[in-house]
Design a protein around this ligand. Sequence first.
Ligand code: PNS
Length: 203
Amino acid sequence: TKLLDFACSEPPQNLSLWPCNGIILRKNREEGRFSAFPPERGIIVFRLIYPGSFDPPHKGHLDLIARASALADELIVAVLQNGDKAGKLSLETRCKLLKQVCAGYDNVRVRTFRGALADFFSEEKATALLRGLRSADDFGYELPMTVVNRGLKADCETLFLAASPEYSFISSSLVRELLRLQKDVSPYVPECIVPELEDLYQA
Ligand code: PNS
């Protein structure tokens, strides 16, 4: 899928499809988002999958969800079922918290997956995976996964968004540490889930 060429002229307001430099642009009438597709692939939904452990979700995740939901037709936040990271929260709890975090975004769905992410990518007929980059360290972690995912499914591309600077130091493991120490996590966690998260760690 080619990226949009914003240099093309604006389409007539009453059209939602128009050709531009060999690709077709489609406009989402309600929200004004644009999608671009090579004509040979027909009109497909620009669907991103944002996978992760989300144990727990934090403001850095929400930053990416908000920005990606504005770019894509659909965003699937995919919660790993069988990860090997030592977190306290069950899969159900992580999904529940994420649904609260994503409640304001109409085109965002929360789903779970197990096994290979590349298989889930195909099942969902997604356009690309989405991951956030906070630092060069993240890049070192992400690059092998990106290559392996493409090795499993050639069309399983990964797109990256750089974390907004104010969230570039937040991680789930730091939030877990603060929760274990019974310290305030409200600077780092979306407001709507702070009380529930604190309760879960006090139990
Ligand atoms: O939030 P995280 O823990 O950094 O997310 C890691 C995640 C879920 C993206 C990654 O562990 C994953 O995709 N796991 C599923 C198994 C898989 O397909 N791994 C990629 C090929 S090595």
